[in-house]
Structure formats: structure tokens, C-alpha cells
Design a protein. Structure first.
Ligand code: ADP
Ligand code: MG
Length: 250
């Protein structure tokens, strides 16, 4: 299937690499697909060479729509590269399974839809997992940052819809906490406030590839994992505290 996405060469100095540009045109045309790509069916995209985000796993690039439609992000799993497509496909499927579980629990409102591909991204021919998702702007706010600097409560007290979003998100989180299931609340700007096209603030969780049970955490037993586990637990605690505060003031 040909998804007909035009990758327009950028005139600015390339950091994204010719190989990636080629492989993106290729995957969009004939890559191993885990899903279909309705979002990209329209022509008129432009890849920005500048990295717009970086997490523990991905480098994130902007795929701007030049026809005033929704722009997208391309996340490239630079920290996990593979030498053969079986390994890459296996890993991608497992990530996709986690994504599906998280999306099923919270729903598409909080968990934006995404598509995942596997592609070579450099001359050495190693494979990366590539995720395409809607771009939420460059002024997204990290909820934890807002909570920690004391502005979150002020924001939600003036915005009933955002308050409702927050309470619902945390209720879902607490349901999973009771089951000993945790998402990656530790990564920076994973749980964010965005502004939609009508300037309404909404809550999104944009990094849904991580799902661990407390049993996993405890059995992994390394210092790094224990630290991560406790960091995530403490962030769940922060959200729970804020949840109770907001409900008391209601
Ligand atoms: N859809 C998006 N819109 C805008 N910025 C994004 C989007 N997705 C990711 N980013 C930016 O890129 C960073 C890394 O993306 P993320 O999906 O969290 O990757 P990782 O798995 O490596 O943590 C985010 O923290 C955020 O700053
Ligand atoms: Mg992240």
C-alpha cells in the first residue's frame, strides 16, 4: 500500500540524515506495518530537521503538515536499535501490546492514537522502531512540574473541564495502582497539559510503551529498577494528594 506522503527536503543543515529521509519515504510506502496509517494518507508533510523532544528512548522530530492539517511527530527509538527485523518486530509488538492495554484503560481521549513502524535509519543498516503520533505543540506543560511549582491547583481552579479531566485521569491511575500496575510517570513531559485548536486545555499521556506490575519491579531487584519503582510510586502519591485536595475544595 502506498500512503503517499511527500517528504519534502529541508534546505536547512541536515541532522536527521539522508538515510532516514529515504527510509521514511520507504516505510510510509512499504515498511513493515503494525497498523495502517490513515493519518498520513494526505500529502504535504515536511520533516523538520531539529529534534523537538528527547526521552530515555526516543529522539522526536516534527512532521509538519504544510496544508494546515494536523502536524505529527516521529519518534525514533535511538536507544533500542536492532540488527534483524525479527527482533525489532518482536519488540515493537510488545510495545504495541502495552500501548493497547493502556489505551483501553484510559481511552483515546487521554492516550492519543499512534502508529508504529520498523525502519533502517542509518548507513550501518540497523533497525529502529518508529512511532508516529499527533503533534501537540511546543508549549506542552509537564503536569508534575506544574504541581511541584504550585501552579497546577491555580490552573485547574479556573478550568472546570481540565479539573474533570484530571480527576478522571487519576481515578484510572488509582484503579491500576490497586492492581499493582504502573505507567511511566517518571519520564519528563509524559503526562502533559496541551492546548487544542479551540485553546482548551486537555490532559494527555503521550509515552504509553511502558507498563510494569509491582511484582515485576520487585523481582527485577536491581538498584536502578528499585529507584524507578519508588520514583513512580512517589509520583502516583503526588497525583493522589492533588486529587484529594481538589475534591476537598469542590
Ligand atoms: N506528540 C507530541 N507532541 C509534542 N511533543 C512531543 C510529543 N511526543 C513527544 N514529545 C516530546 O518529546 C519528548 C520525548 O517523547 P516520549 O514519547 O516521551 O519519548 P521517550 O519514550 O523517549 O521518553 C517528550 O517528553 C516531549 O517533550
Ligand atoms: Mg517520555
Amino acid at each position: 500500500m502506498n500512503y503517499m506522503v511527500e517528504i519534502i527536503p529541508d534546505q536547512s543543515k541536515s541532522t536527521i540524515g539522508e538515510q532516514l529521509r529515504k527510509s521514511l519515504s520507504k516505510i510510509i510506502g512499504e515498511g513493515i506495518e503494525l497498523d495502517k496509517l490513515p493519518l498520513l494518507e494526505k500529502k504535504g508533510y515536511r520533516i523538520h530537521e531539529k529534534i523537538i523532544g528527547r526521552g530515555g528512548e526516543n529522539k522526536v522530530y516534527l512532521l509538519e503538515n504544510t496544508q494546515k492539517k494536523k502536524s505529527l511527530v516521529i519518534k525514533i527509538s535511538v536507544m533500542s536499535m536492532f540488527d534483524n527485523s525479527d527482533d525489532a518486530f518482536y519488540k515493537a509488538k510488545r510495545l504495541r501490546e502495552k500501548f493497547e492495554l493502556i489505551k483501553k484503560h484510559w481511552g483515546e481521549y487521554f492516550i492519543p492514537d499512534e502508529r508504529m513502524f520498523i525502519s533502517k535509519i542509518n548507513k550501518r543498516g540497523r533497525l529502529a522502531i518508529i512511532t508516529v503520533q499527533e503533534f501537540f505543540g511546543d508549549d506542552i506543560k509537564d503536569i508534575f512540574k506544574e504541581i511541584l511549582n504550585g501552579t497546577f491547583q491555580k490552573i485547574v481552579s479556573k478550568d472546570q473541564l481540565l479539573k474533570k479531566d484530571f480527576l478522571l485521569f487519576v481515578e484510572k491511575l488509582l484503579e491500576w495502582k490497586d492492581l499493582g500496575l504502573f505507567i511511566d510517570l517518571y519520564g519528563s513531559k509524559n503526562l502533559i497539559i496541551i492546548r487544542d485548536k479551540n485553546n482548551r486545555s486537555k490532559i494527555k499521556f503521550i509515552d504509553s510503551h511502558f507498563l510494569l506490575s509491582s511484582d515485576d519491579f520487585l523481582s527485577l531487584n536491581s538498584e536502578a529498577n528499585s529507584l524507578l519503582y519508588h520514583s513512580i510510586l512517589s509520583r502516583v502519591g503526588l497525583l493522589e494528594k492533588m486529587y484529594n485536595k481538589i475534591r476537598e475544595n469542590n
